[in-house]
Ligand binder design. Structure first.
Ligand code: ADP
Length: 258
């Protein structure tokens, strides 16, 4: 099973999304694609008079914002991806975590920071039986960054965390590869020279964190990546969105988490 997460900058740009999906459909086997869509949510929110509110670089999901992310992640972006896959001859189904109770989350505690309608998940949150039934239909499953709390509320859940947790839960039953695809060729040891680290272990990551070599969104992404690798996911890679097949098959491409 291939679990693939596509980054924000890929989703935001229709040309990038198309070239990513063209490489995605070439990958054989069962596949799950996980996406967010933060920048589009910000743009649509601004049009609707719901400006983004951030706290420590993370989006606060108040009720209005939840409506926007539901429309954008679960509607616009998810349906667009599914339609594009159909156009490329791959049958896909787009579902939120609420559909068929696929992912049930716990609303994050309101202290120390109230992030609003944000859900935290663990591997038990994933409805593995239902996922297996869907995959048995030979459909590619496309999941946005939306879960639910089982009490009637949709929740915003980080897409990297969904990808890693999903991969961990499925790894108890399948060989799973987890691929984080974004606009760089991998984790860079020099952001300006674009030098890619081909193998990354925890001690090196901790050194990079101290030295400021990895920063912003790459920090939680790598936490998720190590978590997956240490919890039974066979292969965890981070690399460019355009050559997914090469990323999966070629050890020279991208960054492998070890
Ligand atoms: P996503 O693209 O999956 O939505 P983020 O934007 O949150 O994820 O995280 C990826 C970002 O991390 C990249 O766009 C890049 O700017 C940043 N980044 C920080 N440090 C590094 C690094 N050492 N190598 C590559 N990217 C890095």
């Amino acid at each position: 099973l291939h679990v693939v997460k596509i980054g924000g900058k890929v989703v935001d740009n229709e040309g990038s999304l198309e070239s990513f999906l063209k490489s995605f459909v070439k990958v054989k086997g069962k596949k799950v694609l996980i996406h967010g869509g933060g920048k589009i949510a910000t743009q649509v929110g601004l049009k609707l008079g719901v400006p983004p509110r951030m706290e420590k670089g993370r989006r606060i999901t108040d009720r209005d914002t939840l409506e926007v992310v539901t429309m954008v992640y679960g509607g616009l972006v998810n349906r667009r991806i599914v339609a594009m896959l159909q156009g490329m001859g791959e049958s896909a189904i787009g579902l939120t975590g609420a559909d068929a109770n696929l992912i049930q989350a716990k609303m994050r505690p309101k202290h120390p920071v109230d992030f609003g309608y944000v859900g935290d998940i663990e591997k038990e949150s994933i409805n593995v039986d239902m996922v297996q039934k869907i995959l048995d239909l030979d459909l590619t499953l496309v999941l946005p960054a939306l879960t639910h709390d089982g009490m009637g509320n949709l929740l915003n859940t980080n897409a990297d965390t969904i990808a890693a947790t999903f991969a961990i839960a499925m790894a108890e039953h399948f060989d799973v590869s987890l691929n984080f695809c974004f606009e760089e060729n991998g984790v860079l040891s020099d952001y300006y020279k674009k030098t890619v680290v081909s193998k990354l272990d925890r001690p090196l990551y901790e050194q990079y964190e101290k030295d400021g070599v990895v920063f912003t969104g790459m920090l939680p992404k790598l936490q998720n990546a190590f978590n997956a690798k240490e919890s039974g996911v066979k292969e965890v890679k981070i690399g460019h969105f355009q050559n997914l097949e090469d990323l999966m098959n070629d050890n020279q491409q991208g960054t492998t988490i070890i």
